[in-house]
Design a protein around this ligand. Structure first.
Ligand code: GTP
Ligand code: ZN
Length: 321
């Protein structure tokens, strides 16, 4: 019997059916019965970017036996009112937050993306696209640096090629990258420019789900020279999910101010000696940025509360069994 075990990477996914690449070869794989039996949640199943061990069978087929430990995880809140976490992809090293000059430019959205990016465990990089559309990017860059302190920023244009080489060099060999950003900011164009050629790999493949319904999907993890690029539809909904532990990194300036407030538990509303209020009055802290901080903090608290409630309900259900 054919019994070869290999370690590969999930490059495409359709529900619980996966394409696993091992070097130049690709295998269509399901998970083993033991794997399914031991899985307690969706989190235990592979996603794009995961490393897995498979047993290779004939005709390009295989069975997934193990999921290797994830370095980083990108997730989103599942659709609907439920506060269920849905994984998008794993083992991304750099989240490239793309935003275009012009109408798309929105510093508040950038804050949300950077906050969510820190929570993945990956390193965020900001890419300001379509620089050919504006006369100068200086004020935009200043705005970014002020609102996303400590994150590398690259200004690029796929039309003139400006900044492309710098961005390319910032990405270490063999790293996995993923683009996030609104529709039309130039993510695909950027991907293609990085590849120096249109990617032929992105052809549609047909997958069959368990109910036998045909659905068109595409390859979601591919290689560009020495990089791995993840591009999955789920990426569009990548946003706030996990805890608030990185709010302070996104809002380093506000956290630093807050440390100099007279009272440790200052709510930055009416307390005397509040450094945040002082900065707002003097104009050194932008009122809009502060409003954004307060709003995000509130949203995260709400999400945490909902998650805790959800966990309690689950716990109750378990006890009943
Ligand atoms: N002027 C200019 N146009 C660009 C640049 N990069 C991309 N575009 C154009 O912007 C449009 C959208 O680019 P895409 O690469 O498809 O954008 P996307 O982010 O992949 O969009 P989605 O797939 O919808 O998420 C296209 O018409 C591109 O030709 C650029 O650097 N300068
Ligand atoms: Zn204060």
């Amino acid at each position: 019997m054919f019994q070869q075990t290999e370690t590969g990477r999930v490059t495409a996914q359709f529900q619980h059916l996966y394409t696993v690449s091992v070097g130049e070869n690709a295998y269509m794989c399901g998970v083993s019965g033991k794997f399914r039996h031991e899985a307690t949640s969706e989190r235990d199943y592979p996603v794009i970017g995961d490393y897995v061990t498979i047993q290779v069978r004939e005709h390009g087929q295989g069975t997934i036996h193990h999921l290797l430990e994830r370095r980083t995880v990108l997730s989103r809140a599942a659709a609907g009112n439920e506060t269920r976490e849905q994984l998008i992809c794993a083992n991304v090293d750099y989240v490239l937050i793309t935003m275009a000059c012009g109408h798309d430019f929105n510093i508040r959205r950038l804050e949300r993306y950077t906050l969510a990016a820190w929570d993945t465990g990956a390193i965020p990089i900001i890419v300001l696209t379509k620089t050919d559309q504006v006369d100068s990017v200086d004020t935009l860059l200043e705005d970014i640096q002020l609102n996303a302190p400590g994150i590398d920023v690259f200004a690029v244009s796929a039309v003139t090629g400006e900044g492309m080489a710098e961005l390319r060099h910032a990405l270490p060999s063999e790293s996995t990258i993923a683009f996030v950003g609104s529709s039309g900011v130039g993510k695909s164009t950027l991907t293609n420019a990085l590849a120096h050629e249109t990617l032929a790999v992105r052809q549609a493949v047909r997958a069959q789900d368990e109910r036998g319904k045909h659905t068109t999907t595409h390859r979601e993890l591919f290689r560009i020279d020495d990089l791995y690029v993840i591009d999955t539809p789920g990426m569009r909904e990548f946003g706030l999910w996990e805890g608030s532990e990185h709010l302070d990194e996104t809002f380093r300036d506000i956290e630093a101010l807050a440390e100099t407030c007279r009272f440790r538990d200052c709510s930055h509303k009416k307390e005397p000696g509040c450094a945040v209020q002082e900065a707002l009055t003097s104009g050194t802290l932008d009122a809009k940025r502060y409003a954004s901080y307060v709003k995000l903090e509130r949203e995260l608290l709400y999400m945490e509360k909902k998650q805790a409630e959800h966990a309690r309900v689950l716990e109750k259900k378990k006890r009943r069994i």
